[in-house]
Design a protein around this ligand. Structure first.
Ligand code: PEP
Ligand code: MG
Length: 324
């Protein structure tokens, strides 16, 4: 069966009615590239750069970061590479974080993601310079995690401009047209999505955190894992709202949380209008197999029914009765 799947590697991800779907890969280190290529990804949708910052006592300097990012950009040979700016805190607390950070009363609601970057401008500037320099070697895009308000987007864009200016002054080459996108994983950002779409080149929905924050369920707490439910209508409403708004405004949107690589959810996400999925490379061919057997025309009435479902069980029922 694995062999049959393997044959899909070079098959285009097209639905029965001829819509082409983009399948991207999530990676954590440049070493993951081999698996990405083995599964025929059409780009990297999420490179979690914080893994370069974890499990060590010091911070990676600009050159070390530049080398890592360049390796990925060059390794993808012209295909788009989306690198997320450091997303530390919460479940990813570095050894070198100070005591205050280590003992935050509620790390999931504390100094994390873009908040930490804006609070540590030297750390942020160093990474932005490394990323922009790597952008000179291929098609690189920046992705900013944990955005909650547009003022954070404005501040990030200001830092990006400043980083470009400093590279210009230093006479270092960089990608002048590197796109800046945002992760939509805080419900407040999803609800006010149009303002984010006005400022960003693309958005990517981080369903892992979006579920956690929408349902108030810690994604790492086993005692409530049965409540962590991607089928919950509140989660689906937010995802649908973001996709619809992005389509209306002509801004590219993808999903890069675990939902994108879960074959139980592929048709559901297609029904909600999703056309770009970013996932662990090991899931890509399985998801492609479902896409090849999906008919978008048949899926649209499903989206309407799902939008009226009172709970996750009803959503699952609807999917089952639709033969999914
Ligand atoms: C997410 O939250 O869905 C996501 C992709 O980011 P991470 O899992 O790294 O928080
Ligand atoms: Mg996240």
């Amino acid at each position: 069966d694995r062999k049959r799947l393997q044959r899909l590697k070079t098959t285009a991800a097209t639905t029965i009615d001829g819509s082409s779907i983009t399948l991207l890969a999530n990676i954590e280190t440049p070493g993951d590239l081999e698996q990405v290529r083995a599964n025929g990804a059409s780009g990297i949708g999420l490179y979690r750069s914080e893994f370069l910052f974890l499990g060590r006592d010091d911070l990676p300097d600009e050159d070390e970061q530049y080398e890592a990012y360049k390796q990925v950009v060059e390794g993808m040979k012209g295909l788009p590479v989306t690198i997320r700016t450091v997303d530390l805190g919460r479940d990813k607390m570095p050894k070198w974080a100070d005591e205050e950070a280590q003992s935050a009363p509620n790390p999931a609601l504390g100094l994390t993601g873009v908040r930490l970057c804006l609070a540590e401008p030297i750390l942020f500037r160093t990474q932005l310079r490394a990323l922009l320099r790597a952008g000179a070697h291929g098609k690189l895009k920046l992705l900013v995690p944990m955005l909650a308000s547009v003022s954070e987007v404005n501040q990030v864009l200001f830092h990006v401009e400043q980083a470009k200016e400093s590279l210009r002054e230093d006479g270092l080459p960089f990608g002048a047209d590197v796109e800046v996108g945002g992760m939509i994983e805080v419900p407040g950002a999803a609800l006010t999505i149009t303002h984010f779409l006005e400022r960003l080149d693309f958005v990517s929905i981080g369903t892992n955190d979006l579920i956690q924050y929408t349902l108030a369920v810690d994604r790492g707490d086993d005692s409530v894992s049965h409540l962590y439910d991607p089928f919950h209508p509140a989660v689906l409403h937010l995802i649908a709202h973001v996709i619809r708004s992005a389509d209306r405004m002509g801004v590219p949107v993808s999903v890069c949380g675990e939902m994108a690589g879960d074959v139980r959810l592929t048709r559901l996400l297609l029904a909600l209008g999703l056309r770009s999925f970013s996932m662990h490379p090991a899931q890509m061919l399985n998801v492609k197999q479902v896409i090849l057997k999906s008919d978008l025309k048949r899926l649209s009435p499903l989206a309407e029914e799902i939008s009226l479902a009172p709970d996750a069980d009803r959503v699952r029922e609807l999917l089952l009765s639709a033969g999914e």
